[in-house]
Design a binder for this molecule. Structure first.
Ligand SMILES: *Cc1c(COP(=O)(O)O)cnc(C)c1O
Length: 365
């Protein structure tokens, strides 16, 4: 394989942000979002914390007001669906999944029929359909809710795979062609959307006149972090990328899976990366009681961000990640004077979801 980045004759060869953008875009995509998303400074919080803090607004991705990080991935995935002549898109998540809702949005934009299999980690009450599940209804997605019984979404989907497969088979026999988007859209092709986001962000930082020391984001199914990490590997950017977990995962196998995904992105872009240098770190300290389960300290930082900067994060993903960043600044893990980008992944619809997910945000005076 011809290597035009990675290691050549023992020497690491990097490419520019612009070259990364060209490489990723050559994979083919449907334009769904309103990119580039803004990168702007948080002046008041920077002053209060003693760091140079910026936010990359993936919550403002479009298509609608209720966008988020999944749209980047779906631009590439649904292009692939179109190329294969598919007319139906399947995906999977929790009942309040941002990914499932954004997939339904993207599918509608592409004239495809969305089918969602959702695990009820938090049960929707009959007659009180809220937040993303409400948006799924408005979009007319075909929604199948499965009992989670304490399992993760991945485990629930594995348990019901025979039923889901039979459904797919039935559609196939009726002449439909189904495109399958796995949980979070975290395939190498989907994650490549965040390799594009990495180069886009670093170009914006350069134009704004700073080089970030840290890039923080929330990590779940891992495509966002893996894609960003692939961008770092390609460009040799020294920024330290850190993912804050939104759900309980065994850190070592999780990190290995992410590394494999990042290498999958690099392979897709026509090369490989052969160094032992870690290109991201993961924090598992801020999940709290579990996925979709809020806790006071994280919610306190959701309020802090809203009350200093007027910005909304959500109790499931971005709020916990922001809390992780705040704690790392408070502890000095992120040293005073550092330049930091917080990639805000979206998810604020969770603020309008079930009380179990919102936690004390509604009641604190
Ligand atoms: C899906 C999601 C994440 C996690 O992104 P992954 O690519 O699955 O790791 C973070 N924040 C929000 C708001 C999300 O919807």
């Amino acid at each position: 394989m011809k290597l035009d980045f990675g290691i050549r004759e023992g020497k690491i060869v990097f490419i520019t942000n612009e070259e990364v953008l060209q490489k990723v875009r050559s994979l083919g995509k449907v334009e769904l979002g309103l990119y580039p998303t803004p990168l702007h400074r948080l002046d008041r919080l920077s002053r209060a914390l003693g760091v140079n803090l910026w936010v990359k607004r993936e919550d403002m991705s479009g298509v609608s007001l209720f966008g988020g990080n999944k749209i980047r991935k779906l631009q590439y995935l649904l292009w692939d669906a179109g190329r294969q002549g598919c007319d139906t898109v399947y995906t999977y998540g929790a009942t309040q999944s941002n990914h499932a809702m954004q997939t339904a949005v993207a599918a509608r934009r592409c004239g495809l029929r969305p089918v969602l299999y959702l695990g009820a980690i938090v049960e929707a009450r009959p007659g009180d359909i809220r937040a993303n599940l409400l948006l799924d209804r408005i979009l007319g997605a075909e929604v199948h809710i499965l009992p989670s019984e304490g399992r993760s979404t991945k485990e629930t989907m594995a348990a019901f795979e025979p039923r889901i497969a039979a459904h797919r088979q039935r559609l196939l026999s009726e002449g439909h062609k189904v495109y399958d988007v796995p949980i979070g859209g975290s395939t190498p092709l989907g994650a490549a959307g965040f390799t594009e986001a990495f180069a886009e962000t670093m170009k914006q930082a350069e134009a704004a006149g700073f080089s970030p020391d840290f890039l923080y984001t929330c990590t779940g199914s891992g495509g966002t972090l893996a894609g960003l990490a692939a961008g770092k590997a390609l460009t040799g950017n020294p920024v330290q990328i850190r993912g804050v977990l939104s759900g309980k995962k065994a850190p070592k196998p999780y990190a290995e899976g992410l590394l494999e995904l990042a290498c999958g992105v690099l392979a897709l872009l026509g090369g490989e990366h052969k160094t032992d240098a870690p290109f991201f770190t993961i924090s598992s300290d801020f999940v709290g009681p579990g996925y979709e389960m809020p806790y006071k300290e994280a919610n306190d930082d959701i309020r802090l961000l809203a009350r200093t900067e007027g910005l909304f994060t959500d109790p499931v993903y971005s709020g916990k990640a922001f809390h992780g960043l705040m704690e790392d600044i408070r502890s000095g893990r992120v040293p005073q004077g550092s330049s930091v980008i917080f990639l805000l992944t979206g998810g604020a619809t969770a603020l309008f979801s079930e009380a179990e997910i919102v936690g004390d945000l509604a009641t604190e005076p």
